[in-house]
Design a protein around this ligand. Structure first.
Ligand code: SF4
Ligand code: SF4
Length: 321
């Protein structure tokens, strides 16, 4: 069923509130994989899922976190004096002099990141207002106009900050920008529905069809995700389901066939198969966390073509990833 989409924020009977604050991870200009054209991707901090393969582990926690890239350390020792918790000491990284960080002591106050001019220490996450983000996004308007692009709000999980995400998308809409929302779908339906009113396009992740496997690898079951998807398809005409293909987790031909059958059964007409990103491991190191998927490799072109044929055989088109 195609339902007319709301096209103007004024249809909502309210204006965007640009004073609302949210937790921002990063803003990525000239993104090209998160919707049509050249896009500015706004990554928010905090996610209710904890996918083991997450390529943005610094987005999972809602609070600011200290990242340490030891190879950037030039051993100036400026950070040691400013740390109120004595979490930093002189040390070595192999042959190379570098500060040593004791994460047990660190309270993630951020003082050392301010003192570290080479950027070896940095904080992931800060509080911003909608107005600050819209200001930055608007600087790329010329690129949006020439490419058919716009803004994509991603995460983390944007629905975990519903007021901020709603007002950010609505403010961009009011300025005539194309808006996309990337979501795991793991939120109350009322939130997903409300956000869908200010998103021209929804990029909706479906990771695993088997609920127990979903819980094992992401920390939550998938009933809410699939239920919200069914409902969303009945109220929004631009929903692109994205399936991240994770080696050894969900990318076996029979698993993709099972996903395609389920998605076809609920009315999905087009999906994107996302090849595994093997380059994510470094960020786990910056957070001092182990990365269990370090040795997994991205699927070959041939393998992705094989999975594509399986999906197409179920009557679903596959968008280029
Ligand atoms: S301030 Fe930065 S570059 Fe200097 S010792 Fe600390 S981590 Fe290394
Ligand atoms: S974030 Fe604060 S407590 Fe942690 S190492 Fe840096 S200065 Fe010390």
């Amino acid at each position: 069923m195609i339902v007319p989409m709301l096209t103007q924020p004024s249809d909502l009977g309210e204006r965007a509130d640009c004073s609302v604050q949210g937790r921002l991870l990063d803003i990525d200009r000239f993104a090209s994989h998160d919707g049509p054209g050249i896009r500015t991707a706004v990554f928010l901090k905090g996610c209710p899922l904890a996918c083991e393969w997450c390529h943005s582990p610094e987005s999972q926690s809602a609070t600011p976190q200290l990242l340490f890239q030891s190879q950037r350390c030039v051993a100036c020792w400026s950070c040691i004096d400013v740390c109120p918790d004595n979490a930093l000491t002189r040390g070595f990284e192999g042959e190379h002099e570098a500060v040593t960080l004791d994460r047990e002591r660190c309270t993630e106050c951020g003082a050392c990141a301010t003192a570290c001019y080479p950027g070896a220490l940095s904080m992931a996450g800060r509080i911003v207002t909608v107005a600050e983000v819209v200001d930055q996004v608007e600087r790329d308007r010329a690129f949006f106009d020439s490419s058919g692009g716009g803004v994509t709000v991603s995460g983390g999980e944007p629905a975990a900050q519903p007021a901020f995400t709603f007002n950010l998308l609505a403010a961009c809409r009011e300025r005539g920008l194309h808006t996309a929302l990337q979501t795991t779908g793991y939120a109350r339906w009322e939130i997903v529905e409300r956000l869908s009113r200010v998103a021209d396009l929804i990029l909706y992740d479906v990771k695993l069809i088997d609920s127990e496997q979903h819980r094992r690898y992401t920390g939550v079951s998938n009933e809410l995700v699939l239920d919200n998807l069914r409902r969303l398809l009945s109220v929004h005409r631009e929903v692109l389901v994205r399936v991240p293909c994770i080696p050894g987790v969900n990318d076996a031909p029979e698993q993709i066939a099972g996903a395609a059958a389920l998605l076809a059964g609920i009315g999905v007409e087009r999906i994107e198969l996302m090849r595994y990103n093997a380059a994510a491991g470094a960020k786990y190191d910056w957070l001092g966390r182990p990365f269990g998927f370090a040795r997994r490799e991205a699927q070959s072109d041939e393998y992705i073509k094989r999975l594509t044929r399986i999906v197409v055989a179920h009557g679903i088109a596959v968008a280029a990833a």
